[in-house]
Ligand binder design. Sequence first.
Ligand SMILES: NC(=O)c1ccc[n+]([C@@H]2O[C@H](COP(=O)([O-])OP(=O)(O)OC[C@H]3O[C@@H](n4cnc5c(N)ncnc54)[C@H](OP(=O)(O)O)[C@@H]3O)[C@@H](O)[C@H]2O)c1
Length: 312
Amino acid sequence: MSTTATVVTYDAFGEPDVLRVTTEDVGDPGSGQVRVANRVVGVNPADAKRLAGAFGGRLPGVLGFEAAGIVDAVGPDVADLAPGDAVVWHGTGAQRALSLVRADHVRRVPETVAPDQAAVLPVAAATAFSALVQADVREGDVVLLHGASGGVGSAAVQVARALGARVVGTASPANHDYLRGLGATPVAHGPGLVEAVRALPDGLDRVSVVVDLVGTPETVAATAELLGDRLTAVAPDDPPAAVTIVSTDASRAAGIADKVDAKGALDEVVALAEDGRLRTEIARRFPLAEAAEAVRLVASGHVRGKVVLDVP
Ligand SMILES: NC(=O)c1ccc[n+]([C@@H]2O[C@H](COP(=O)([O-])OP(=O)(O)OC[C@H]3O[C@@H](n4cnc5c(N)ncnc54)[C@H](OP(=O)(O)O)[C@@H]3O)[C@@H](O)[C@H]2O)c1
């Protein structure tokens, strides 16, 4: 039996104003699928990139890589999910009210984790977790995060703290108190960054790991300058001293490792959210029908924490 539900779609690649709100008929879940009534959809820079055509993909398309909601129907061959379960899922095409999702892309969410907190875990928080674990961050490390105030950065500060590291995070000065509140020592990005890090007290100048969440020539150069030989003089099996989530020719040439997704990252960040060690500031929320506005805001590159869409 099919149900009519709202969807935000686009018929051509372009700017957010190509997004249009319409309805679609959503059928029953097939084998290995569940149908989720989405409540909150996370918005990410990747939505604007996808809309611009950076990842290709079929047209018409639907943006959105993550959502939290309630399972409303379960297909054959799904053993561990049931209607009524609160869940978070990752995949593509989340900007819709009802989604058919592969069950192995779905995780149950504890009651204590609100839907807006859950919805932003699969992309930003799981990415932050993967990068930090790849660099084997642990107690005693000083981690420099380029872009610590954004979606991935806000999660990365908290995950790095949970792993026992001390954190230096770059952000615009207006976000420095915010970073202190998360447990990081802030420095301004831009000219003077390397000198500002070298002047930090209490051993914070001895950066042992860098995670780049920005990927500009400036962040790559600062990473190379601060880590020096430690960036390139690693044995093949040693963890990298620097990891980037925005890979470029320059980052690869400098010896900065591309982020690799960690197995079980989503489960780990759900657990951190459950025990209160990972909380995301929701900078703005929009109704699903105003997705274009939300994607435009996130594409500005200066949102603090995350932007989400509420599905009415
Ligand atoms: N590879 C992956 O799996 C993966 C996953 C998720 C995201 N990403 C990518 O990673 C990037 C960050 O994602 P996000 O969701 O964290 O983005 P975001 O929420 O927009 O955060 C952007 C961050 O960058 C900082 N920033 C902006 N301009 C800067 C500059 N010129 N120099 C230094 N820092 C600057 C911002 O700081 P202020 O606002 O304080 O200035 C903010 O902390 C995006 O390009 C995204 O597409 C990759």
